[in-house]
Design a protein around this ligand. Structure first.
Ligand SMILES: Nc1ncnc2c1ncn2[C@@H]1O[C@H](COP(=O)(O)OP(=O)(O)O)[C@@H](O)[C@H]1O
Ligand SMILES: [Mg+2]
Length: 291
């Protein structure tokens, strides 16, 4: 059966009513942003949401681009537990790529589609404070010092509230400030989760390059459509979740425990996945709920 266009539009009404005037945080993964059409689709979706009364906040990553830039400087990217080992030089490269390139491009694109984007990172208004992460202990390994990698200490919602309240779309780079005037590289999902909690967001989305959380890491058809926050430790212990999926699901768990209604991990490669998830009855990706 073909669905008429007007049916699709009217189907959105209850969702638009429910989400009107609410804050939503969208984390877009570095892995998704290298595809130009994917990126443009994402930005169009976010601008559309702004125009129907939702207040979107974007947090972006930059994994593959940072790794490519490191290579140009003759450095090899290294990850432990899904987190980048960050020496002083790597931090400089990460800042350059995140702030100078990715953030600026997202803000540009928002403007292209008629929105008002504002780029910022942790030092701006000191809204995002972090603490150097303690050396990471992994099974069967000596503790690893990750260098200039932080854990979020505090998110001050004020500046974001002001911007969102005036109709701007904040675009956040995951570089945080510490108390000594240093910068720290923080995983973008971790930042996005902390922002969602501080902003009392209604929903949290992490947009990535897989269909969702797979039960069998190599099998795209094994996506889990929904699980509870309390299942997280077991899924990591069983090896189901690994690499970059660890901080991602961990962020979702913190978000729902911190009062956000629902967290979603969705496939950025699927065109307009956000609109489908938010404004139709179709569920996409993996949804994480509190209980
Ligand atoms: N159970 C799992 N289901 C899906 N992806 C997984 C799983 N475990 C590990 N991964 C890996 O996590 C990756 C997503 O994390 P990451 O590379 O950090 O992406 P992003 O740039 O979106 O943060 C996937 O591409 C996949 O390789
Ligand atoms: Mg990641």
């Amino acid at each position: 059966m073909t669905v008429k266009r007007e049916q699709v539009l009217i189907e959105a009404l209850p969702f638009i009513r429910e989400f009107y005037d609410s804050i939503m945080v969208f984390k877009i993964g570095g892995s998704t942003m290298s595809d130009r059409t994917v990126l443009e689709d994402f930005v169009q979706d976010v601008v559309l949401l702004r125009y129907i009364g939702i207040h979107p906040i974007i947090v972006h990553g930059g994994g593959p681009e940072i790794s490519r830039a490191m290579e140009k400087f003759g450095k090899k990217a290294e990850f432990v537990g899904g987190l980048r080992v960050t020496d002083r030089e790597t931090l400089g490269i990460a800042r350059m790529v995140l702030l100078g390139s990715i953030n600026a491009e997202l803000v540009n694109l928002i403007g292209k589609y008629g929105g008002k984007g504002i780029g910022l990172s942790g030092q701006d208004g000191m809204f995002l404070k972090a603490r150097k992460k303690a050396p990471l202990k992994m099974e069967g390994m000596q503790p690893v010092d990750l260098g200039f990698v932080g854990d979020v200490d505090r998110v001050d919602p004020e500046i974001l509230m002001i911007m969102a309240g005036k109709g701007y779309i904040p675009v956040i780079s995951p570089i945080a400030a510490d108390d000594e005037g240093n910068n720290l590289n923080v995983n973008a999902d971790t930042v996005a989760g902390a922002v969602a909690v501080a902003m009392r967001a209604k929903k949290f989305f992490s947009i990535t390059d897989v269909e969702g959380v797979r039960l069998k890491p190599d099998d795209p058809s094994s996506v889990i459509s929904e699980f509870r926050a309390s299942d997280f430790d077991r899924l990591v212990a069983e090896g189901v979740i690994s690499g970059g999926m660890i901080p991602k699901v961990e962020a979702c768990v913190r978000v729902v425990r911190g009062g956000v209604e629902k967290a979603h991990i969705i496939d950025g490669r699927k065109h307009h996945a956000i609109l489908l998830e938010l404004l139709t009855q179709e569920g996409v990706g993996t949804m994480i709920s509190r209980s």
